[in-house]
Design a protein around this ligand. Structure first.
Ligand SMILES: Cc1cc2nc3c(=O)[nH]c(=O)nc-3n(C[C@H](O)[C@H](O)[C@H](O)COP(=O)(O)OP(=O)(O)OC[C@H]3O[C@@H](n4cnc5c(N)ncnc54)[C@H](O)[C@@H]3O)c2cc1C
Length: 462
């Protein structure tokens, strides 16, 4: 079996090769533990991966991913595997937004001490009527609290029953500021409509982005396909230290209260000293060789009640370049961002077979779009691109490719079930995955933070 270690004994079995499982495996391998990662899909990377698109000759992401300066754990992981430079961070936040009337406006935050950088940027942002800009200053109090107490504690004080929209109303934020900044930020970060998503994770995100330093909100867009950013280099890192990475094989776990756990991997049986589950919430119930252990029944029950939120991406190849910016946020439209896939790609690494200029339009929280046909989705994306980006008006669309991720993230609605902790009631069995209780929304940073926590917890008993 490819990637199978020479012995059935290993220190830790990590199940799932998304960013949570791979970051756990890298941390353990770096500390000298023998690790076996088991992944049931043919591709590594889970929900942040890439595939070959034959007609264009490109390797395309399953959906555009953006990282931020506040992704501390993610950048630590990327530095460990030597790829941090493949997602370079802008020096400060500069956000280009456009609405369907073709009106474009850029929010630029000066390099001042937080929260003055955000407040300064908002006070001079011409997208917002002057009278509404003053409301921006009301966020200063929140950001001072973040500086004093940290983003996690500040968010925890927000009522868990409030939605993002209700909280923004409480903070006296006017419609213009919500339309141009807070709602696009909420839907991008939480992958859910601000009327449905809980305020707590949103406040955490605002605190992480705008609280600590101007660099925390700078954007890092990968310049390579996602699997080259982390999945393949992480697998090489683990294998170079004597570990194994097994693909195309579903793992089934048998836990033993005395700590003699077993993991069935095809027709082999591993006997690791610790097991880290890094599978998503919807796969937790089928992780078992037999039924879910009684001690984990509550976690499995909550996981089965979590609901999924989709992301739909429409890749459009146009006959000419239509924008110079790397990305533009779209205001009041069904698609929320357009990414120029030819910006930032190092010279000589463009992979197109002359198939045109590639733009990816992303619709987050896209439940209402998921069931539309590909032609309809492509037509809507094209219409919105032409309306928001004047340069696209006369361009000819050569080809469209729709990518649907039905279970991109989990719902963060106020009534969502509680998320589980890293340490479980069963010794030697730990949980990772973006859906565990990191306090962050379903993001790469949540996945990597959870992976690092699980690795640290597993190390204590090894
Ligand atoms: C289109 C899209 C766009 C996104 N954009 C962003 C963004 O811009 N910024 C951001 O931070 N986040 C973004 N996200 C979210 C981010 O991708 C996820 O939060 C993150 O990748 C989750 O990682 P994970 O390791 O927790 O889970 P996963 O990536 O789901 O990995 C779990 C793995 O476990 C495997 N598995 C399940 N059961 C078994 C089993 N029994 N045996 C073996 N293997 C098993 C699965 O095949 C999977 O590979 C986006 C997600 C999508 C889909």
């Amino acid at each position: 079996m490819a990637g199978f270690p020479s012995t059935d004994r290993c220190d830790v079995a990590v199940i799932g090769a998304g960013c949570a499982g791979l970051s756990a495996a890298v941390r353990l391998a770096a500390r000298g533990q023998s690790v076996t990662v088991i992944e049931e899909a043919p591709r590594l990377g889970g929900r942040a991966t890439a595939f070959d698109d034959r007609p264009s000759g490109r390797r395309l992401d399953n959906g555009q991913h953006a990282l931020f300066g506040c992704y501390r754990e993610t950048y630590e992981f990327l530095r460990a595997i030597g790829t941090a430079a493949r997602a370079p961070l802008d020096s400060t936040l500069s956000l280009v937004m456009a609405d369907s009337h073709g009106r474009t406006s850029t929010l630029t935050c000066p390099d001042w001490r937080p929260p003055f950088h955000l407040i300064g940027g908002l006070l001079s942002w011409e997208a917002i009527p002057v009278i509404d800009r003053v409301a921006a200053a009301r966020m200063a109090g929140l950001l001072w609290r973040v500086r004093r107490d940290g983003a996690a504690r500040t968010a925890a004080r927000v009522s868990s029953r409030l939605t993002v929209s209700e909280w923004l109303r409480q903070q006296g934020q006017p419609a213009s500021l919500c339309d141009w900044l807070w709602n696009p930020l909420a839907i991008a970060a939480l992958n859910q409509d601000p009327n449905a998503a809980a305020a707590q994770p949103f406040v955490r995100v605002v605190g992480e982005l705008f609280g600590p330093s101007p660099g925390a909100s700078s954007i890092g867009v990968p310049t390579v396909p996602l699997d080259e950013l982390y999945a393949a280099p992480a697998a090489r890192f683990v294998e170079a230290r004597g570990g194994g990475v097994i693909r195309r094989t579903t793992a089934r776990v048998e836990l033993d209260l005395s700590g003699r756990h077993r993991v069935a991997v095809g027709d082999r049986m591993l006997s690791p000293r610790a097991v880290i589950s890094a599978v998503p919430w919807h796969a937790f119930g089928r992780l078992w060789n037999g039924s879910v252990p009684a001690q984990l029944a509550a976690i499995a029950g909550n996981a089965s009640r979590m609901s999924a939120v989709p992301i739909v991406t429409v890749n459009l190849w146009l006959d000419r370049p239509v924008m110079t910016h790397r990305q533009i946020g779209l205001v009041g439209t069904e698609f929320h961002w357009v990414f120029n896939k030819d910006v930032g790609c190092p010279e000589g690494e463009r992979q197109d077979n002359d198939s045109g200029c590639l733009y990816s339009l992303v619709a987050s929280g896209a439940s209402s779009l998921l069931r539309l046909g590909n032609d309809e989705l492509a037509a809507r994306a094209e219409r919105e691109l032409r309306a928001c980006v004047p340069g696209a008006a006369g361009a000819v669309c050569l080809r469209a490719l729709v990518v649907r991720e039905a279970r991109a993230t989990f719902s963060l609605a106020p009534d969502a079930p509680p998320r589980p902790a890293t340490v479980t009631p069963i010794p030697g069995f730990f949980l990772a995955g973006d859906w565990t209780d990191t306090g962050l929304p379903g993001t790469v940073e949540s996945g990597v933070l959870s992976g690092h926590r699980a690795a640290d917890a597993a190390m204590i008993g090894l």
